[in-house]
Structures are given as C-alpha cells and as structure tokens.
Design a protein around this ligand. Structure first.
Ligand code: DON
Length: 562
C-alpha cells in the first residue's frame, strides 16, 4: 500500500513538475507550494500537501526532514518560530525558541575580572540552550495538524536511515566546518567520512538520528525530553561542563503567541513577536519607509539606500534597548510598531547620514554567526506557514549528541553576555536581553506573512543573524513597492546597516561607483562586501492567479509547487 502511494506521488510529482516546476524559478503552483533550503525537505513537504495535509502538516514534515537533510540549521537540537495564517482568518505563532537552563546566571560567560569569554557562549556544551524544536513541531501538529503524526515524521526517519546523496552545496557546507567536526567523536563519525572530507555524490547515513526520530514518532515529547534521548543529552552536557539538566528538558514547552501586526501601503503584515526582534523591527522599518515614495526614488539609488539605512539605524537602536523575552522584560512592542512613533522617527531623518551617537538609545552592537534556515508553505485550503529555525552558528556548537545523532545549538550566544559593554566582536546589549534562568534569548528571525484583503500574498523569511531583518525588509519592498516577481525580488543585491557598526555592508554589483560617491557625500561609511541572507519565499501572482515560489540563489534550496 505504501509502495503504491509512493509510486503514485512520484508520478504525480514528475507530472506536475513538468507542468509547473520544470522551468527556471519562480516555480508555479496552482494548489500549494513549499520552498525550503533543501530539495529533499521541500519534496517531502509537497508530498504531504498532495496527500491532503494542510500547511501545518507540511511544515512539521519539512521541519523534521530539514533536521536530516540540512543539518547546518534544520534541527531537533535547536529552536525556531512558526507564523501561521489560517484560511478562516485566524492567525497565530508558535515560539519554540531555546531557553536558558535553570542553572545559569547573568555572568556565566565572564571571567573573574568581568571579561566576556565568547568561547563559552559559542562553543562546547556551555553554549547550548534547552532545545525547542521537537516540542514545537509536536505542538504544532497536535493543535493544528490534520494527518497522523507518524506520516509527517516517517519521511525524515527514512531519509536518515536510507541516506541522503550529498550535493555540491551540502558538501561545501559540511566541509566548511570539517576541522570542528574532527574535535568531537560523534560529530566526526557522522559528518566526516571516517575522518576524511565528504565528496559530492557520497551518501550520508544518520542511523542514530533515525532512532531518535523514531522515539519522537512513538513517544512524542517523551521521546526527546525524557528517557534515553534526554539521558544522553544530560550526561554528555554534565560531563563537559554544560548546564542542561533533566528538569530543564522535562520543563520545556513551546508558547503560542499573538503575532505582531502592522500595515504597509494597504497590505497587512503578520510576523514573529518577541522573543524575536524580527517582527517588531520589520514593522517599525516599514512604518518609517511608508512615508517615502520609494518607487520614485528609484531602486538602489543613493536616496533609496540613504533613507532605508537611516530608518534602520533607529530600528536597530530600539532593538538593542527595548527587545528581549517578553516573559522576563516589559517589551514596549506596541509603541515601537505604532505609526505615530514612526512618524517621530521619520521626522528625525534628514539628508545627511547620522552618526550612531546621534541616534543612541544605549550603546550596543550585534554579532551573529552564520546559519539558520527559513521555509515557506501554502496549501490548497488557504493556510500559510512561515517558519524559521536555527542552531545559531552553522551546525550549532558542532557537537553531535553521541548515540542520538543530532547536533546541539549554541543559541546562548544570542543573549547579551555582558550588558552594556562590548565583547571581542563588538557586541553590547542591554538588560532586556541579559541571561536569566528559563529566559529565551533575543532572536532576529523574521518569519513573515503579508496579506491583502485577508488573503496571504507573500510568505517570506531568511537566515542571516542580524541581517535577517534587512533581508526580509528588502524582499518585501521589492515585491510590494516595485512589483517584482519573487525570484527577482530574492535574487537582487542587498545592503545592510544595523546602527552599529557605523557602516553599510553590501553585496557585489549592487552599489555603483556613482551611488557610492553620492552616499559618501551624505556621510555614509562602507563596511564589507558580503553575501546577505538566504530568503525562501512564496508570492501570489495576482494576474495569473497562481502561487509563485523562489529559493535564494545564494543557497541550494528548492521551490516546489503543484
Ligand atoms: O535567532 C537569531 O537571530 C540567530 N540565532 C540567528 C542566526 C542566524 O541567522 C545565522 N544565519 N545565518
């Protein structure tokens, strides 16, 4: 029966891809669509949709599949956020962000002289928060899924056990942290080829991960947060100076939160509320920018870049001062996303670049390390899920839990380890995001859904640490202000400013000499030429009444529709 089903779906998949998906992106879909950073995970999500599952079912299946096929960021040892729009108009978010273990205190990453020790917050077991992903995916399914849980997790189990064929992208990614994997026996065993580097076309088997996923399939939350898996996590954490305890794992639960909501030129925006800064920052930026005729300024003109950068300086200064876990800190989100406040900020922006000290809410900087992943899903019922998940750094702290086959996060580094003074990366934070037991560390993840007349028209998000917010913002502007198709909107060059440091980072070919000179004359400084974000988006093509999806050419993902 299962083989019959698999054959039918494969034939259907090929048929529909010939019909819709075989062309170069944007990929088209009449009924539904999945876009993720992994072709395996996108195909699994699509199969769930084609089987009659809803967008939440597909998001759960895609999430588990990413933990196998995209181990740099897809995870069960980390956390993330879902932003969901339901066809009946209801909207919600699921916060399965990692939490600080109970045994921590605010100074755990400082030496006796008060110096910040980033190796402790970024490397080893000390860097791990309590994982939230298994609980989040299970919760999403229990409350909003429609298919049996086993059917959503089984494809990931099969993928882990039968192996994935490593693409060029997967191999480059794995080998970029090869020397780190060699340091930890279980990481070396799984993510290197007997100590050598993997090559394109090799098969990666993850049998321990398959077993852990089977525990989750059979015992749900208890398959991860209690029993064998929990024992392995706690034992290895304790033996290596980590903070995680059995109680931390048993006590973990995801939180359903009201989305943060805004409007932009007649569109409705829903995005992730604190403990992510993403939604508030995106809406605050859009509110300021609504006061400009961006289209008239011209895409990537010096004025366009100037006004966006000046708006972002205010947004990131506010992020530093006011944003943290709302369960621990009174976050003034409503004020930050109000149109009145944005008008005040708009009035402060002039023709010259402001120095950070002229904007200062406090002093701070951001350091984010590179890996997270976003996926976007719509179904035939009109539901949409925008999901961003992360281990923080690429492959988290690089430590595979021996015997359980998954990588642990190093999300504790997203806290401000030493509020008020810079770390070696220039990071300074405020009390809003200081370390406290059980607290969630502030995130920049910005899973977002944009609606018109109560229907989703854009489902978007990205990895990229602090550059997530600017990446999502620019894709949104490209679609809404400039009417670009989703592939163009994602492909085109991006720039970034986060108030501190006082410089604009940018992608190759975006800023011409002429534009650069104009910006320099206005007082702007330039940082590094770098790649910014990896967006995965779905856009409603109003004219053709069809979904269009695009994966970011900066990565190796896949958009699939039917
Ligand atoms: O939650 C956050 O904001 C970070 N942990 C995300 C890290 C990230 O996006 C790195 N990816 N490129």
């Amino acid at each position: 029966m299962r083989t019959f089903f698999k054959t039918i779906t494969l034939v259907a998949l090929i048929y529909f891809q010939i019909l819709f998906g075989a062309s170069k992106d944007p990929v088209r879909g009449v009924n539904g669509m999945v876009v993720s950073a992994s072709d395996y995970a996108s195909e699994i999500g699509l199969q769930i949709l084609m089987k009659g599952g809803n967008a939440v079912d597909a998001a759960v299946a895609t999430g588990f599949a990413l933990s196998v096929s995209y181990p740099s960021a897809g995870n069960i040892g980390g956390g993330g956020f879902f932003v969901i729009h339901f066809s009946d108009g209801k909207q919600t978010t699921i916060d399965f962000r990692e939490k600080a273990p109970a045994a921590v205190h605010k100074d755990i990453y400082l030496d006796s002289d008060g110096n910040f020790l980033p190796d402790l917050s970024q490397k080893g077991w000390t860097s791990s928060g309590v994982p939230g992903s298994p609980a989040g995916l299970i919760f999403a399914h229990e409350k909003y899924g429609s298919l049996p849980f086993e059917e959503l997790i089984q494809p990931a189990i099969d993928l882990a056990r039968n192996g994935i064929i490593l693409s060029y992208g997967a191999v480059s990614s794995l080998n970029s942290v090869y020397t780190e994997f060699l340091k930890y026996p279980a990481s070396k065993m799984i993510f290197t080829k007997n100590g050598a580097k993997y090559s394109e076309g090799d098969t990666l088997f993850q049998t321990d991960l398959a077993k852990t996923l089977e525990f989750i399939r059979d015992l749900k939350k208890d398959g991860f947060y209690k029993g064998k898996t929990a024992d392995l996590i706690v034992k290895q954490s304790m033996e290596n100076g980590g903070y995680l305890t059995k109680e931390d794992l048993e006590n973990y639960s995801p939180v359903e939160r009201v989305p943060v909501r805004g409007t932009y030129r007649g569109y409705d925006i829903i995005s992730m509320a604190p403990p992510s800064s993403g939604g508030v920052a995106l809406i605050e930026a859009l509110n300021i920018l609504e006061n400009y005729d961006l289209k008239k300024l011209g895409w990537a003109s010096s004025s366009y870049i100037h006004y966006i950068v000046e708006s972002l300086k205010h947004v990131y200064a506010d992020r530093a001062e006011y944003l943290g876990d709302p369960d621990f800190f009174d976050v003034p989100a409503d004020k930050l996303i109000s149109k009145t406040y944005s008008k005040e900020l708009f009035n402060l922006i002039d023709e010259k670049a402001k120095r950070p000290s002229e904007i200062s809410r406090s002093t701070f900087n951001l350091y984010e390390s590179p890996q997270t992943t976003h996926y976007s899903i719509v179904d035939k019922f009109g539901n949409a899920v925008s999901a961003t998940v992360t281990l923080n750094s690429s492959y988290g702290n690089k430590i595979v839990v021996d015997g359980a086959g998954f990588i642990m996060n190093n999300e504790m580094d997203d806290f401000s380890s030493k509020p008020g003074s810079p770390n070696q990366f220039g990071l300074i934070g405020s009390a809003a995001n200081s370390i406290e037991p059980g607290k969630r560390m502030l995130s920049s993840m910005t899973p977002t859904i944009i609606l018109q007349n109560l229907k989703p028209v854009l489902i978007i998000g990205s990895p990229g640490g602090s550059t997530i917010i600017t990446t999502v913002l620019q894709v949104v502007l490209n679609c809404l202000d400039f009417g670009m198709d989703i592939q163009t909107a994602i492909d085109l060059g991006r720039f970034h400013n986060q108030w501190l440091p006082d410089s604009i980072d940018y992608e190759d070919f975006l800023i011409s000499e002429d534009v650069r000179n104009n910006l320099t004359n206005r007082g702007h400084k330039f940082g590094s030429k770098t790649s910014l974000g990896r967006a995965e988006g779905i856009l409603w093509d109003r004219k053709n009444k069809i979904w269009t999806g695009a994966t970011d050419p900066r990565g190796y993902g896949k958009a699939v529709g039917y």
